[in-house]
Design a protein around this ligand. Structure first.
Ligand code: ATP
Length: 390
């Protein structure tokens, strides 16, 4: 489709960036980016005229998305150059040519373009020899100021290393180390966005370890010495989810991994620098309060866990127990699964109806009832009422 519209309009059109890299690596990628030597917004409109679908404009960046009738998103940009007004800020946009567009990118493997015009279909534009780096599994910046221009690229480099099993070349790694202090100039929001992507990828423990080596955590006050223990904890957390499939989800959330180095070096208070959401704050508060897990190891019945853990979220409980390697992990998991849809047979109102005097002791009674329900000793409302009168 794009090819025919390119021919009709006489515009040069290229597939560019991550999608080209992934084509060569034979990896799936639904993020289709094309770049037009000319006006990208106009080209998106031409695509809609030719094939339907719809167009979404992003005027400030001079880009548009063409939404193919099948629902697929295709981002269209004009070949452009971005100037950095000051490091670590968002770029300004200027119209320019394809090679300049490629020059503003992060790594050689992401700086290739494939021409889509019929007469030269499939011609590769590869000014930095990204092909060779793909073959040698190397992440390489395009110039020495790349990480100074944008420190998030260091985190991107680590992401590609772990995802593809690539490595930075010596020069890139030493630039990353030298620019790491710049990470502190970034907004909390940008760091958080990168962390979400990093810890969604395949190897969170390896990522944590690599970030220690590059002194990422240390920039934010984490102790150098907690690297090994953080790596181990992350591995245990990952494993726990794989083995037990607890209800918290199929994988730990990114934030659980992100918290590990701070937790290991007993500096969770430092995480406030990342403007946390309510949910993440509750998680930190829970793991702080759960630090004393004494006695939990002896528990053999799901309901008994409830006495300790009723008020804590699943993910915080798992975060703490995963590193203990306890024999009763199965029972804890079955507790977590049962408490999700634990039936409520009696409420405070019911206790009054049954002739009991209201008071603070209600709470204890209802807790004992929940314990018995979780242990499978009470299965109906009638049994609950009978239990109450015993
Ligand atoms: P993923 O598959 O994780 O989405 P990606 O590289 O395919 O990674 P994006 O992060 O959307 O996808 O980036 C698309 C392209 O834009 C990259 O391939 C790269 O060329 C360029 N790019 C993205 N972020 C930066 C950056 N911070 N600096 C320079 N170029 C970037």
């Amino acid at each position: 489709d794009i090819s025919r519209t390119a021919e009709r309009t006489g515009m040069r059109v290229y597939l560019i960036g991550g999608i080209v890299r992934d084509l060569f690596l034979e990896r799936p990628n639904d993020d289709i980016d094309i770049v037009v030597e000319g006006n990208g917004i106009d080209f998106a409109e031409h695509l809609r005229t030719d094939y339907g679908g719809s167009v979404k404009m992003h005027e400030t960046f001079g880009t548009a998305s063409w939404i193919h009738p099948s629902g697929l998103y295709i981002d269209v940009t004009s070949a452009r150059l971005e100037y950095y007004e000051r490091p670590a800020s968002l770029p300004d946009v200027e119209l320019s040519t394809l090679s300049e567009d490629l020059y503003r990118r992060d790594f050689t493997i992401n700086s290739m373009a494939l021409c889509l015009n019929p007469e030269v279909f499939g011609d590769l534009v590869d000014p930095f020899n990204g092909q060779a780096d793909l073959r040698s599994k190397t992440i390489k910046v395009l110039h020495n100021l790349s990480f100074i221009d944008d420190p998030t690229r260091i985190l991107r480099a680590v992401r590609f290393e772990t995802r593809f099993d690539f490595l930075m070349d010596k020069q890139t790694e030493s630039l990353a180390l030298n620019s790491m202090a710049r990470m502190r100039d970034l907004s909390a929001h940008r760091i958080v966005e990168e962390m979400k992507r990093l810890f969604k990828d395949e190897d969170p423990p390896g990522t944590i370890k690599r970030l220690f080596k590059l002194t990422f955590w240390q920039q934010f006050g984490v102790d150098d010495g907690s690297a090994e223990q953080s790596y181990i904890h992350a591995g245990q957390l990952k494993m726990f989810y794989e083995i037990h499939k607890p209800p918290a989800g199929t994988k730990p959330r990114w934030f659980n991994y992100f918290a590990i180095p701070f937790f290991t070096s007993k500096k969770m208070y430092l995480m406030s620098q990342f403007s946390l959401t309510k949910r993440n704050n509750k998680f930190l508060q829970d793991i702080r309060n759960l630090s004393d897990m004494e006695g939990v190891e002896q528990i053999r019945e799901p309901g008994e866990f409830h006495r300790f853990l009723k008020h804590y979220e699943d993910e915080a409980i798992i975060f703490m127990i995963a590193k203990e390697n306890m024999e009763n992990e199965d029972i804890i998991t079955s507790y977590l699964k049962r408490r999700i849809d634990m039936p409520v047979f009696l409420t405070g109102e019911d206790l009054i109806q049954e002739g009991m005097k209201p008071g603070p002791h209600f709470r204890g009674i209802l807790l004992e009832l929940e314990v018995a329900v979780l242990n499978g000793e009470i299965n109906t409302r009638d049994e609950a009422v009978a239990w109450l009168h015993e």
